[in-house]
Design a protein around this ligand. Structure first.
Ligand code: NI
Length: 173
């Protein structure tokens, strides 16, 4: 397993639509391992392939937060939303591609998704609360959308300027 560098916003790859995965190859299995390791290392609760510059429709997540609870790594490919609740919930979201910036985003409180797993099988599951928010946030990444796109333009521009500054600082020798 290899830690992969995480792209920082703004980056054109974070604005693109990722392509469907057609088969579970050894390279895809390795990508999933690397993404999980990179997510846990960050640490984060979700990571989408475009965030490491791979334009494939895959994300990983693990929203188990209680210390001592067994981890529940999930690898989700070609996700589709089958149903969303009318109930909404608001979470203060963050993103590994937008470090240390947070904002309240309102989304459906529950979502039912269908996807393709590493076992080559189709899966379907309902996610609630934090899992639902995380799954929707990660699916957005596959469609070139970031959580800051839900914020007011002023706030979004302020965060983008901060990230541009951070990237300039990181680029300095
Ligand atoms: Ni994110």
């Amino acid at each position: 397993m290899t830690l992969r560098p995480i792209l920082i916003h703004p980056d054109p790859r974070l604005k693109k639509t990722a392509s469907p995965i057609t088969e579970v190859t050894a390279a895809i299995a390795r990508l999933a391992d690397d993404m999980l390791e990179t997510m846990y290392d960050a640490p984060g609760i979700g990571l989408a392939a475009p965030q490491i510059g791979v334009m494939s429709r895959m994300f990983v997540m693990d929203c188990v937060k209680e210390e001592g609870d067994a981890p529940r790594p999930m690898v989700i490919m070609n996700p589709e939303v089958l149903w969303v609740s009318e109930d909404l919930s608001t979470y203060e979201e963050g993103c590994l591609s937008i470090p240390e910036q947070y904002g309240d985003v309102e989304r459906p409180a529950s979502v039912e998704m269908k996807w393709f797993g590493l076992d080559g099988q189709s899966h379907q599951q309902r996610f609630d609360r934090l899992w639902a928010t995380c799954a929707q946030h990660e699916l957005d990444h596959l469609n070139g959308k970031l959580f800051i796109d839900y914020l007011k333009p002023m706030r979004r521009q302020m965060i983008t300027r901060k990230m541009q500054k951070l990237k300039r600082e990181q680029a300095r020798p």
